[in-house]
Write a protein that binds this ligand. Structure first.
Ligand code: SAH
Ligand code: SF4
Length: 393
């Protein structure tokens, strides 16, 4: 496959347009798409640009969910919009709040599917971790999401909808009479590190992130959005060109032999090819550095030799290495590296001149930490089934 070849996977993406007679959801349309939709529904072409701007601001700057609330539009026009369109977002099925303040949401999307979304408050920022697919087609052996079969790609509306719903729950939309920027931002950062491989749902993720970055809406800068990929090499340059956000890569091993097992997509695009694509990324997207994610698995990838090899491999790439203590899940075939081993590993990388933060597991008590995002749902379901069995309902 050449670098410019489209990356496609045989997965189901539900079409944006609802069946005949249904209403079209405006959430997730690009500005252009919104404009076209408004014209198709009878908005005169001359007014379309202005109307697009107004409706955009209502939806993404003010958090409006009904056309009736759009008071700078005439009553007739609002009724006309209502006839053709909806403003639909995912629905919160459940919310858990960890002792450390991390919030985990289970959100329901069309078709009854569910995705998990995690909000992580920190002193200087608040990060929302969102999902791009229901399940994942890839089968990384340390990741619980990978054991869940892919059900489908999320639409752009469902990807940005996760951010909108989290803003609802955090009460983050400007209140009436309040200017934007008056209160500190609760969601200041977005990471595409939830369920799924974002680069196997490229167009929808791109459109959703364009909406997130748009200055007249949610307005999160591209430097505060990080997309994590397992290494879909042909889509990396496209990410730089068409999204321009920060990139994280699930690296996890320093030899093809080990990476083939941990991150099996490595059999398709080897470490060498991946590094070539990564080398180009900061230049192409104006990003300062790439985050290398490295899960610490006891006796698998955590030796001093691995640390030294890692430093050699990434030489010349502006990088930071994020060491992730393995989060265990029921039946996982690995163990977390011992703490002193992780520190020793971090030290070697640090001494070679790279930042090597150890990611503190957040929300472990609610199974919201990296890679645990399937088990909690399953456990929830299981216990519900158990309750049903017990009560006979
Ligand atoms: N599919 C994308 C993004 C989602 S995974 C990717 O693979 O990059 C987000 C991060 O969590 C990845 O770095 C992934 O490797 C890591 N991860 C998955 N399972 C984990 C586990 N059990 N413990 C710690 N990190 C895990
Ligand atoms: Fe999919 Fe990422 Fe998990 Fe691998 S680590 S199975 S790519 S979600």
């Amino acid at each position: 496959m050449t670098a410019s070849a489209p990356v496609t996977q045989d997965v189901l993406t539900i079409p944006r347009k609802l069946p005949e007679g249904g209403k079209l959801n405006l959430v997730g349309l690009t500005r252009e798409g919104l404009r076209d939709a408004l014209i198709a529904a009878g908005t005169p072409e001359k007014q379309a640009r202005m109307r697009t701007g107004q409706i955009w601001q209502w939806i993404y700057q003010k958090g409006a969910r009904e056309f009736g609330a759009m008071t700078n539009l005439s009553k007739d026009y609002r009724a006309q919009l209502d006839e053709h369109f909806t403003i639909a977002v995912p629905e919160i099925v459940s919310k858990q709040v960890s002792l450390d303040g991390t919030r985990k949401y289970l959100m329901r999307i069309a078709g009854g599917h569910e995705v998990e979304v995690v909000y992580i408050p920190e002193e200087d920022r608040g990060t929302l971790c969102i999902s791009s697919q229901v399940g994942c087609t890839l089968t990384c052996t340390f990741c619980h999401t990978g054991t869940q079969k892919l059900v489908r790609n999320l639409t752009a509306g469902e990807v940005i909808g996760q951010v909108m719903v989290a803003r609802d729950d955090l009460d983050e939309w400007p209140r009436p009479g309040e200017g934007s920027g008056e209160r500190p931002r609760l969601i200041s950062n977005i990471v595409l590190m939830g369920m799924g491989e974002p680069l196997y749902n490229f167009e929808n993720v791109r459109d959703a992130m364009k909406i997130a970055m748009d200055g007249e809406g949610i307005a999160i800068s591209r430097r505060r959005i990080t997309l994590s990929t397992s290494g879909v090499v042909p889509a990396i340059a496209k990410t730089a060109e068409e999204i321009g956000c920060m990139l994280a890569v699930s690296f996890h091993a320093t030899t093809d032999e080990v990476r083939d097992v941990l991150v099996p997509i490595n059999k398709k695009w080897r470490i060498k090819k991946l590094l070539e694509a990564l080398r180009e990324y900061p230049k192409a997207s104006n990003s300062e550095r790439i985050t290398f994610e490295y899960v610490m698995l006891k006796d698998v990838n955590d030796s001093d030799e691995d640390a030294r090899r890692l430093v050699k491999l990434i030489a010349g790439i502006p990088a930071k290495i994020n060491l992730i203590p393995f989060n265990e899940w029921p039946g996982a075939p690995y163990q977390r590296s011992d703490w002193d081993r992780i520190e020793k590993f971090a030290d070697i990388i640090y001494k070679a001149g790279y930042a090597s933060p150890i990611r503190t597991p957040r929300g472990e008590d609610i199974m919201a930490a990296c890679g645990q995002l399937k088990s909690a749902t399953e456990r929830g379901r299981k216990s519900k089934a158990e309750i049903e069995a017990e009560t006979g309902i």
